[in-house]
Design a protein. Sequence first.
Length: 344
Amino acid sequence: MARSNPLALGRDLAIDLGTANTLIYARGQGIVLNEPSVVAIDITDGRPVAVGIEAKRMMGRTPGRIKTIRPLKDGVIADFEVCEKMLRFFIQKVHASRWSKPRMVICVPSGITGVEQRAVQDAAEYAGARKPVHIIEEPMAAAIGADLPVHEPSGNMVVDIGGGTTEVAVISLGGIVTAQSVRVAGDELDDAVMQYIKKEFSLAIGDRTAEEIKMHMGSCWPLDDELTADIRGRDMISGLPRTIPLTTEQVREALAEPVAAIVDAVKTTLDKTPPELAADIMEQGITLTGGGALLAGIDQRLAHETGMPIKIAREPLFSVVIGSGRALENIDAMRGLMSLGGDE
């Protein structure tokens, strides 16, 4: 039997291909890349002008011939060609050798269709992955990354609030017992802020401003110190720049609907959970991962709505990629947690 080259193994990659950010974990090295999933394209020849952080800086500031594109929407590939270019760029950035193809583990949302999963695998293969590409579901990766005992016969509940999807799952004995994937997450929260400011103040703001408002002023539960900030945008009536004062209470009101959808997904999953596992969750609590876990008061809101203890993972932004990385490091032991693409 041919032995595998240990140096080639060191270049294997686990990728959290997220709607908002793409993170890459290299075997034996840890997280080697964390960049926004954004590509700036020159529409005259289809050439990428910038990828990742550079492209995100250009959002809302480009001339007519340059277009910024987010190739993933709601956790799945919306623009295959641009996604493949972005993946290729990121892989070449962290994978030095052009001759050896890395083995890859890629995360996908639990509610993904077979066609959407195939698109992820094809994009990875075109970008230089070795066949077959291993697929791991996001809630499973998040649970592994959050140090939950996924192989034990006890109920572990994880809520991964990402950029495009919120994944809620109950895991026991290395498998997902029940799961719910809703396409309401960080992007929807940003959009809710934009729509609220447009409706209440007739002020147009961009995606980046909405994201900053959500990060610095967003909450799901009353704060000890409510804040006010000046927000700049374009007056929709006069067309001129204008500044308005915005309070954290108003931002909470803006976020109410998408937050309620996330809470409902958690309740629906609990409702479908077998009683024995529900008793375990009552004892061990629900673990929150993903960028949405950083939204102020999300733990208090969920605790209030479900009556369950809520804990936030140690590094919620990195739980999914760390979990995928652990699956990569122990690829033979964890094969049962993943599915294979192409030639199984």
